[in-house]
Design a protein around this ligand. Structure first.
Ligand code: NAD
Ligand code: IPM
Ligand code: MN
Length: 347
């Protein structure tokens, strides 16, 4: 590819601040390879919703589908009812483009402070299911607002949906340290738990070199804090994966560093890359959000599009910057972006 058609959704809050830094890093990484980046900006998020009442139209979806990949900042705004943008925009993209793998790596780079006193080696990959579970919107409420209200959110788990994400996780484990942990709660969520466990057993037979183990989600949070080195690849359900990866981000040096890819492995639809964090209304507009998570998401994007060399350059720049942080004091979003772009360009 000598040209990348990239759809850009800055979204809300700090999304508007970190995405421009991600784009600079992307361009700097691809320039030496002679690859051009053609961007299309999509006006999606709180502003559009306030003006037009629209979150994401069919026309938006069709235009987005014409791109090689999507870079997203974050969505969500205190002035918009909770869920409107999260469900109507972000989840609609993940479901509509069949992003069944939500890839969330954590690697504690030497020199970065973790809240853990003695973290040891932290280098694991959470493969979070992205299109099923309690996120599907299978629920409702009855007698809403009364004392007799009943509300349900039913988790959907299909054999096909579990099989495809588990298979992806095994493939990743095979290429890494060959250890896969299923995280679930099969002692309570017995129906979904049985399905996940059975699929892991079955697919595992095709990967005899991968050691498989299991942890309940509650215990997994203990191990992640007390002994993160035991994890290589974690495969888990959509909601467990959401919670576990915020914890993972904290362990890995902070939410401002955590990258993610919403992958459609078949290539039928564009995959979408975004920081794990949200729109951070508490710091939005101050120019102090860390753009590193977005820049690292750009590295995942580059890997996905087959530009491994450029991805490695971005990763090396991030690691060098992180290692030097102790001496640098507090920097603004743009200052961190400047440093990363300079490191990527080699000066
Ligand atoms: P959040 O991730 O936005 O913020 C949590 C905390 O982390 C805040 O204290 C924030 O200041 C800090 N933080 C986040 N990103 C940072 C960065 N790059 N640099 C420095 N500090 C950073 O989570 P929240 O407060 O629970 O949610 C805020 C809004 O974002 C909500 O509307 C939520 O629904 C939405 N959200 C969106 C996404 C997404 O678009 N992918 C993800 C999570 C939350
Ligand atoms: C994330 C976010 C989203 C999720 C929300 C905003 C829908 O928390 O990307 O981790 O729960 O997946
Ligand atoms: Mn989350």
């Amino acid at each position: 590819r000598t040209r990348i058609r990239l759809a850009v959704i800055e979204g809300d809050g700090i999304g508007k601040e970190v995405v421009p830094q991600g784009l600079r890093a992307l361009r700097a990484a691809l320039e030496p390879a002679g690859v051009s980046v053609e961007t299309t900006d999509f006006d999606l998020g709180a502003g559009r919703w306030h003006r037009t009442g629209e979150t994401l139209t069919e026309d938006d979806m069709q235009r987005l589908a014409e791109h090689d990949a999507i870079l997203l900042g974050a969505v969500g705004d205190p002035e918009v009812p909770s869920g409107v943008l999260e469900r109507g925009l972000l989840l609609k993209l993940r479901f509509g483009f069949d992003h069944y793998v939500n890839l969330r790596p954590t690697r504690l780079v030497p020199g970065v402070a973790s809240p853990l006193a003695d973290p040891g080696e932290v280098d694991f990959l959470v493969v979070r299911e992205g299109t099923e579970g309690p996120y599907v919107g299978n629920g409702g409420s009855m007698r809403t607002g009364t004392e007799l209200e009943v509300a349900t959110e039913v988790s959907l788990n299909t054999a096909v949906g579990v099989d495809r994400v588990v298979r992806y996780a095994f493939e990743q484990a095979q290429r890494r340290r060959r250890r896969l942990t299923l995280v679930h709660k099969h002692n309570v969520l017995v129906h979904a738990g049985k399905l996940w466990s059975r699929v892991v057993d079955q697919v595992g037979r095709e990967f005899p070199e991968v050691t498989v183990d299991y942890a309940h989600i509650d215990a997994a949070t203990i191990y992640l804090v007390n002994d993160p080195g035991r994890f290589d690849v974690i495969v888990t359900d959509n909601l467990f994966g959401d919670i576990l990866t915020d914890l993972a981000a904290a362990i890995g040096g902070g939410i401002g560093l955590a990258a993610s890819g919403n992958i459609n492995p078949t290539g039928e639809f564009p995959s979408m890359f975004e920081p794990v964090h949200g729109s951070a209304p508490d710091i939005a507009g101050q120019g102090i959000a860390d753009p590193t998570a977005t820049v690292s998401s750009v590295a995942l994007l580059l890997d996905h599009l087959g530009h491994e060399q450029a991805a490695a350059t971005v990763r090396a720049a991030v690691e060098a910057d992180l290692a030097a942080r102790g001496e640098l004091g507090t920097r603004s979003t743009t200052e961190i972006g400047d440093a990363l772009v300079a490191a990527i360009s080699g000066h």
